[in-house]
Design a protein around this ligand. Structure first.
Ligand code: G3I
Length: 457
C-alpha cells in the first residue's frame, strides 16, 4: 500500500481509529449478555469488525440525519460512512466553478464527532454529472474533471480515509472493454490522470477504483479491472485499493468464487473494500459468506452496506439490508454479527491439485511453545497452510515465506509483517491455537513456509 510519494502514518491512524472504535463499542455493550466462551463477543457491527482490524460501515443520506431512529442505529452500529449522494459531482459542483460542500461537510462533521471513518464517493464518474459537465468533451472536459478532482480532494484533505477516485468505468458483459462515456472519449488515460491528480491533492488518502459486477472472478469485467490494476501497479500509477460494490440484488448474486476475487486483487498489492453491499431479500447465508470471505483476506479492510434500513435502500422493495423499515435487526444482521464475532473460517473451495506431501517444518520448542504445520488445500495459483501451537495459550509464531510467494490472507490470528513483507509474526488473538494463511505462489509453486520460532506469551 505504501507509495513513496505519500506521507507516512495514515495506516497507523486507521488502526488507532479502529481500536478506539472497538473500545467505544465494548464500553457501549457493558451489561450485555456475554455467551460462555465468547468473552470478547462484541454486540455491534462496528465494534466487532474493529476487533478484527476492519471497519463496518454504511451509506448515509444526509437528509436522514434528522431522523433520530436512523441516527441512533448509525451511531450505535457503524464505524465508517460513505455519502450516498452528497459527494457526487452534481452535488458538489452544480455549476461550473461553484462548489457546494454544505451537505457533505455535515456528514463529515457527524462522522468525525462519532469517530467514524469516511469514504469519499466519488471524484470521477460518467453518471451524476451536472448538466454543464455532461455537455463537455475533449480537453475541456478532461481539464474540468481534473479540476474537480483537485478541488474536492483538497477541500476534504485530511478527513477522507479512502477516495473512490473513479467509479464504474468498465462495461458490463463479455467485452472486457471500458464503458463508453464522455470521460472515456477524452482518452484512455483519463483514469490514471484522475488518480494522479487525487494523489497530489491529498497524499494521505487511499485511492480506490470502485465498480459493480466485479465480484465473480470469472467475469470478463472482473478480469479487465484486474488487468488495469496490475498495469497501474507495474507503471507506478498511484492506486491503493479496489472497491467491490457487491450489489447482490436483481441481476447478480453472490458468487462462490468471491473470496478468490478478493484475494486475487489483494495479491496485486492493493487493499480491497466491499463498498456498497446489499443482497436481495437479505439471505443470511450470502451475508455470512461475504463477511467470512472478507475476514479471510488480510487486505480486505472492511464492509460498507448501502443503507441502514430497508426503507432507506435505493432498492427498498427488495428488502436487501440488515434492518427492517422499523429499525429492527433482521436475521441477516444476526448472521453478520455472528460471523464477525466468530472471526474467519478457513477458505473453502475445490483444490485443483492434491496437498503437498513435503516435510512441514516444526522447529524445536525454544520459546516455550511448538508450532506444527499442516499443509492445506492447493489451487493453481495459491495454497493454504495451517499452524497449530501447543504448549502455550498466548503466543507469537514467526513464519517466513520465500519470495516471490506472498501471503494474501490469514485467519484466526493477528499478523504483523517485516518490511520485506515476507516474514510474518502471527500473534494469538483469542481465536484458539490454530491459525492459517493463504500464500500466492506468484510463479514459485514449490517453496513452502518456514516456521522460524514459536514464543509463548
Ligand atoms: O433528492 C432528489 C429529490 O429532491 C427529487 O425530488 C427526486 C426526483 O427524482 O430525486 C432526488 O434525488 C435522487 C437521489 O438518489 C436521492 O434520492 C436522484 O434522482 C437519484 O438519481 C439518486 O439515486 C442515487 C443513485 O446512486 C444515482 O446517483 C441513489 O440514491 C444511490 O443509492 C445510488 O448509489 C449508487 C452508487 O453511487 C454507485 N453504485 C451504484 C449505487 C446504486 O445505484
Amino acid at each position: 500500500m505504501a507509495n513513496s510519494s505519500r506521507a507516512p502514518g495514515r495506516s497507523r491512524r486507521l488502526r488507532a481509529a479502529l481500536v478506539v472504535s472497538a473500545a467505544v463499542g465494548l464500553l457501549a455493550t457493558a451489561g450485555a449478555v456475554v455467551l460462555p466462551g465468547s468473552a470478547s463477543a462484541a454486540s455491534t457491527l462496528g465494534a466487532s469488525a474493529a476487533e478484527r482490524g476492519r471497519y463496518f460501515g454504511t451509506a448515509v443520506a444526509v437528509s436522514r440525519l434528522n431522523d433520530s431512529a436512523y441516527t441512533t442505529i448509525l451511531n450505535r452500529e457503524f464505524n465508517q460512512v460513505t455519502a450516498e449522494n452528497e459527494m457526487k459531482i452534481d452535488a458538489l459542483q452544480p455549476n461550473q466553478g461553484q462548489f457546494n460542500y454544505g451537505n457533505a461537510d455535515r456528514l463529515v462533521q457527524h462522522a468525525r464527532s462519532q469517530g467514524m471513518l469516511v469514504r469519499g464517493h466519488t471524484l470521477a464518474w460518467h453518471s451524476q454529472q451536472p448538466g454543464w459537465m455532461q455537455n463537455m468533451s475533449g480537453t475541456t472536459l478532461r481539464n474540468a474533471m481534473l479540476n474537480h478532482v483537485t478541488q474536492v480532494a483538497t477541500h476534504f484533505r485530511g478527513q477522507i480515509e479512502w477516495w473512490d477516485v473513479v467509479n464504474e468505468a468498465f462495461a458490463d458483459g463479455s467485452s472486457g472493454a471500458r464503458r463508453d462515456s464522455n470521460l472515456q472519449r477524452t482518452g484512455n488515460d483519463w483514469i490514471e490522470a484522475a488518480f494522479r491528480a487525487a494523489r497530489q491533492a491529498d497524499p494521505n488518502a487511499d485511492l480506490c477504483y470502485n465498480d459493480y459486477n466485479i465480484d465473480n472472478w470469472n467475469d470478463a469485467k472482473t478480469q479487465a479491472v484486474y488487468r488495469m490494476v496490475q498495469d497501474f501497479k507495474s507503471r507506478g500509477v498511484p492506486i491503493d485499493c479496489v472497491g467491490l460494490q457487491s450489489h447482490f440484488t436483481g441481476g447478480s448474486n453472490y458468487p462462490s468464487n468471491y473470496r478468490t476475487t478478493l484475494s486475487s486483487f489483494a495479491a496485486l498489492g492493493v487493499d480491497v473494500h466491499i463498498t456498497e453491499l446489499d443482497i436481495r431479500n437479505a439471505p443470511t447465508d450470502a451475508y455470512r459468506n461475504v463477511v467470512n470471505d472478507c475476514l479471510a483476506v488480510a487486505r480486505c479492510k472492511g464492509i460498507t452496506v448501502w443503507g441502514i434500513r430497508d426503507s432507506d435502500s435505493w432498492r427498498s422493495s427488495e428488502n436487501p439490508l440488515l434492518f427492517n423499515g422499523s429499525g429492527q435487526k433482521k436475521p441477516a444482521y444476526d448472521a453478520v454479527l455472528a460471523a464477525l464475532n466468530n472471526g474467519t473460517t478457513p477458505p473453502t473451495g475445490n483444490p485443483t491439485t492434491p496437498p503437498p506431501t513435503g516435510n512441514p517444518t516444526t522447529p524445536p520448542p525454544s520459546g516455550g511453545c511448538t508450532a506444527t504445520v499442516t499443509p492445506g488445500q492447493v489451487w493453481g495459483d495459491r495454497y493454504n497452510t495451517s499452524v497449530t501451537v501447543s504448549g502455550a495459550s498466548t503466543w507469537s509464531v514467526v513464519v517466513a515465506i520465500t519470495a516471490p510467494q506472498k501471503i494474501s490472507a490469514t485467519w484466526s490470528g493477528s499478523p504483523t509483517w517485516d518490511s520485506s513483507g515476507n516474514v510474518m509474526t502471527m500473534r494469538s488473538n483469542g481465536s484458539g491455537n490454530t491459525f492459517g494463511f493463504t500464500t500466492m505462489m506468484n510463479g514459485n509453486s514449490s517453496a513452502r513456509p518456514q516456521i522460524r520460532s514459536c514464543t509463548a506469551g
